[in-house]
Design a protein around this ligand. Structure first.
Ligand code: AMP
Ligand code: MG
Length: 328
């Protein structure tokens, strides 16, 4: 039996979920703030705890494909993707199955539903033990950087969650890729921990871009322009350093930059995008905590998980337009 199942914390977590409470739980992507997806009051608590300004749809996490099919309608493409990538960092938006008990707050009243089987034994076990799908956005306050450690959750939301399950830093480090399978064309709604190239290989066709409808309300958090925002300004494609800046590199940090920067880290010494994705949010947090006014970020390639890294960095660098424009 894995340690966490024997631990008292896990039993308390399952009881908390059944009682309509919130539990912070690790997935392979980032730590999630989980509630019973069939309990509207419990899900409303997620929005309150995060200070999320709008009711954007949430992803429902289940233990396996069979459980996912209780809530969504899977065509041949959806089954092929589930087969190839679940459990894993891929969310499928499919037509909602009539009669699914997932509450309207989770689907934002849409006739579609976002489902994922995370590659996280603790999340799968929690869903099984609590006997419900788990609605779980990232366990951070709205607009802040997603947490990849239990400590980051504690700093951000500590007094607002009853239980934080800690299994160490998450492996993937960026959120799931979201693919919508609602029309003839499969659409990439959000790049993430599963690379576009791998999805297209299984689909045998290119992924289309989101439509205006997807990017309007009620599509949400991960898709808002200013998001994942540290306190410091973020400057992208940096090849040099300005006074007072911290530096986030890709590959070894050049000596001159290391000397001039008020703090410097690299996402990967060896130019590895998977390693860079896993470190992205914690490095941004660490550099932000130095109090630097600005974080200069070196160019990161745009292929593979680099697409998700560049997506998150662009949002971190976007103009802040007030609390209403930020979410998740
Ligand atoms: P997260 O913040 O990681 O929980 O991601 C939630 C995201 O999933 C939202 O921002 C939406 O973009 C997407 N999503 C969830 N449900 C749907 C849906 N039914 N249709 C389209 N997108 C959805
Ligand atoms: Mg988030």
């Amino acid at each position: 039996m894995p340690d966490f199942l024997a631990a008292d914390g896990f039993r308390r977590a399952a009881e908390t979920i059944r009682a309509g409470g919130l539990v912070a739980v690790p997935t392979e992507t980032v730590y999630g703030l989980a509630a019973d997806a069939t309990n509207a009051e419990a899900c409303a608590r997620i929005y309150a705890a995060k200070g999320r300004p709008r009711f954007n749809p949430l992803i429902s996490h289940v233990a396996d494909t069979e459980a996912a099919r209780l809530h969504g309608l899977f065509d041949a493409r959806a089954l092929a993707l589930a087969d190839a990538f679940w459990p894993g960092p891929l969310t499928l938006v499919v037509p909602r199955r009539p009669g699914s008990p997932v509450c309207d707050l989770v689907t934002a009243g849409l006739d579609s539903i976002a489902l994922r089987v995370p590659d996280s034994p603790v999340m799968q076990a929690l869903s099984r033990e609590a006997g419900c799908p788990l609605a779980a956005p990232s366990a951070n306050r709205s607009g802040r950087i997603s947490p990849t450690t239990a400590q980051a959750v504690d700093e951000d939301l500590g007094e607002r969650v009853a239980v934080i399950l800690d299994t160490g830093p998450t492996r993937v480090g960026v959120e799931s890729t979201i693919v919508a399978l609602l029309e003839d064309e499969a659409r990439l709604l959000r790049p993430g921990g599963t690379a576009r190239e791998d999805l297209e290989r299984v689909l045998g066709a290119p992924l289309a871009d989101p439509t205006a409808r997807d990017t309007d309300t009620p599509a949400g958090p991960g898709m808002l322009k200013s998001h994942y925002a540290p306190r410091a300004r973020v400057r992208l494609e940096a090849r040099d350093i300005d006074p007072g800046e911290a530096f986030l590199g890709f590959g070894p940090v050049p000596e001159e930059i290391a000397r001039k920067a008020c703090a410097a880290r690299t996402l990967s010494e060896t130019y590895n995008v998977e390693e860079a994705a896993a470190r992205l949010f914690s490095d941004l947090r660490t550099l932000d905590a130095t109090g630097a006014a600005s974080i200069a970020v070196a160019p990161v390639p745009k292929t593979g998980l680099g697409e998700a890294i560049n997506d998150r960095l662009t949002r971190a660098a976007a103009e802040r337009t007030g609390a209403g424009a930020r979410a998740d």
